[in-house]
Ligand binder design. Structure first.
Ligand SMILES: [Zn+2]
Length: 275
């Protein structure tokens, strides 16, 4: 099933003889029981309460029934990005998220991950299993048992956590991992030595990401920078925090000078100017 998002409607294509076009308000899909995780049990979950279940390892989640669409395509910048097993609300979040991604970066994402995004209950990684965050198999998550290098995994918990922001920062972080691949132009090359060391250490310590790694804080910096380029004031503010080395002026100046951003069109570069 294919959905193209635009003009307040979805277009569906089916592999069988089912739906051809359905309005946004009445999407088809199937019921699925999923787990939505949290980092903060004091905040009500999708069940509307703060009663969270926990699995044998103590990880918190609420189990809910949702309507998911097996496969959708979000149309953005003239490209179609596949999204698997997302709800309509999640497709809206992912659509708004893709609007923050420069077309050149989205092209590189789809070349590396032709199956786009797959929304899952957990990122299965043995003891590192989590109901939060995302996973980028073969980039930051070589140990996962989920055998799929063609897509990025995003948990229901990650989409739930930032739904009020209207975008999914986790998805941007995972695109950042793709952008750190050779030739894609995201690296520490333009960072001064102190800042590079600071970010590498923060990433390696595991304090910024579930998976410790020296690129984790760089991918966060990329995520915040794309948010800084947003028109929506809350999203822009989310991307700007002078006390956080991942989203302060010094890091933005380094990011602006990277090939990932210098090769963008003038329109896109101007989004990231200091204001
Ligand atoms: Zn990561």
């Amino acid at each position: 099933m294919t959905i193209v998002y635009g003009e307040r409607s979805f277009r569906y294509e089916t592999d069988g003889s089912r739906v051809s076009r359905v309005p946004l308000e009445h999407p088809t899909g199937r019921r699925s029981t999923v787990r939505v995780g949290t980092h903060n049990a004091r905040v009500p979950g999708p069940l509307g309460t703060t009663r969270w279940s926990h699995d044998s390892a103590g990880r918190l989640y609420q189990e809910v029934e949702v309507q998911v669409i097996d496969k959708a395509h979000l149309a953005m910048h003239g490209l179609l990005t596949p999204c698997w097993e997302a709800t309509v609300e999640q497709l809206r979040l992912l659509d708004a998220t893709l609007a923050l991604v420069p077309p050149d970066h989205l092209q590189r994402l789809l070349r590396a991950k032709p199956d786009g995004f797959h929304v899952v209950s957990s990122t299965p990684r043995g003891a590192g299993t989590s109901y939060m965050g995302g996973a980028n198999v073969a980039n930051d998550d070589p140990l996962t048992s989920f055998d799929d290098t063609r897509c990025i995994l995003i948990t229901h918990g990650a989409l739930w956590q930032n739904r009020h922001l209207g975008v999914c920062p986790t998805a941007l972080h995972e695109i950042g991992h793709v952008m750190t691949r050779a030739g894609n132009g995201l690296s520490y090359a333009t960072f001064d030595a102190d800042r590079e060391r600071e970010l590498r250490l923060a990433g390696a310590s595991g304090e910024v990401s579930r998976n410790p790694g020296e690129l984790e804080a760089l991918c966060n910096a990329y995520m915040y920078f794309l948010c800084y380029g947003a028109d929506d004031p809350p999203v822009r503010r989310f991307g700007d925090r002078p006390t956080d080395p991942q989203r302060d002026r010094r890091t933005r100046d380094a990011l602006r000078a990277l090939p990932a951003f210098t090769r963008l069109s003038g329109d896109w570069q101007s989004r990231y100017r200091e204001r």
